[in-house]
Design a protein around this ligand. Sequence first.
Ligand SMILES: Cc1cc2nc3c(=O)[nH]c(=O)nc-3n(C[C@H](O)[C@H](O)[C@H](O)COP(=O)(O)OP(=O)(O)OC[C@H]3O[C@@H](n4cnc5c(N)ncnc54)[C@H](O)[C@@H]3O)c2cc1C
Length: 457
Amino acid sequence: MVKLLPERARVVIVGGGVIGCSIAYHLVKIGWQDVVLLERKQLTCGTTWHAAGLIGQLRDNQTLTKLAKYTAELYLELEKETGQATGYKVNGSLAIATTDGRFEDLKRRADMAKVFGLKVDVINARACQDYFPLMNIEDVIGGVFIPSDGQANPIDITLGLAKGARMGGAEIFEDTLVTKVNHDGECVTGVETEMGTVEANYVVLCCGMWTREFARNIGVTVPLHACEHFYVVTEPFEGVTPDLPVVRDYDAYAYYKEDAGKLLVGAFEPVAKPWAMKGIPDDFCFDELPDDFDHFQPILEGAMHRVPSLEKVGIQKFFCGPESFTPDNRYQIGPAPELKNLFIAAGLNSIGIQSAGGIGKVISEWIRDGYPPSDLASVDIRRNMPFQGNPNYLRDRVTETLGLLYAVHWPFYQYETARNVRMSPFHEHLSEQGACFGEIAGWERPNWFAPKRTEPN
Ligand SMILES: Cc1cc2nc3c(=O)[nH]c(=O)nc-3n(C[C@H](O)[C@H](O)[C@H](O)COP(=O)(O)OP(=O)(O)OC[C@H]3O[C@@H](n4cnc5c(N)ncnc54)[C@H](O)[C@@H]3O)c2cc1C
């Protein structure tokens, strides 16, 4: 029997990826059962289904670390609670450093993580190899090991969250495209779907890479742009055992994960490939993008240096799928400033699986209380400027931001792409005086002046 859409709900969630399902799960946990989730095709069919499933907790700021830590704790219990297998295993993660600057960066992050009670061990190169015997350590200085990190199956995690949400009273409808958010000019009133109207007090947009264009139709700015995102999976080979930790070789822009006796090698290349400049195809559903071996080649060469046995192993699968990236590598979450009671949760920058638990928790509490449960300013959607919704600006910026996820986190870093958006009438004059510009909210301002006969850079 076909289930009919309800005429109204307290909260309508648009999008059935890991983020939408987690928000539904957490809303019922705080006692809001009158929740409806609408998915245009099938749960997980956007970006979620093809994620590598790394669940890491060490992030570059306190907010993200807290959300990731909560997520890891939630996934540990999800299977017990819902009966849905999650494929979650706690095999630990190892981040290695091949430069002094990188090691310093890792140690700083490790110190911050310890503040949240996360056990992090700073180890030498030999100990790195003990954890991951396939590794060549000739250029490794050291690393940090987090025993409570792990990996999971993203589809099963999402289905577990969806099951938990249903058990708590939420209703989930697949094959239900939301065509419009209804509002009275100030506040949301519900949504329009192909199956009819649902009135709602709150609407949450969790449409992944679709969110920017969908929100733009109602005058809401959500700066994100899809990029191609790659990994390869090798043939099975000796030494790839289920207890291997996830390895992140940041200096080589690569990560490694055991995958049923095979090795998955993923990339965060320094110059990324934006995708869907002409829009996302309407029928996109569990789709893959064409492979690009030339683009992946430098990562593969680095991988053969790090794991020499890869030289003799075949590639079983080359995978390329789209993921959303934002101009500053921070999520876009919270209440849209343009429309009351419209919440956004998108722009996950390739950490959506490991962030989903935390995001579901904070968004549900934010909706209930009308204010965020903790300091979320760095990821709050209200930090953006309207110009940042411009697709050309975003296309240029995300070529850089994807790779920065694996770069050393230098303080006061200045982006190289999508610059000179806003310049004062004095810009040329300041430039002639040797100004080295920095960007704040799109404005170019002199950070310092180069002495005569030197180049500001
Ligand atoms: C190659 C690759 C590897 C990755 N590896 C990892 C990893 O190891 N760890 C990690 O944490 N993250 C990883 N990620 C990132 C992770 O997959 C994403 O961040 C996450 O899946 C985003 O979830 P989402 O719910 O925001 O988006 P999606 O999964 O895309 O969900 C959005 C949903 O909204 C639906 N939708 C859109 N518009 C409408 C509409 N109008 N009406 C109804 N429904 C609509 C879509 O159909 C879709 O199902 C990886 C990503 C890629 C591409």
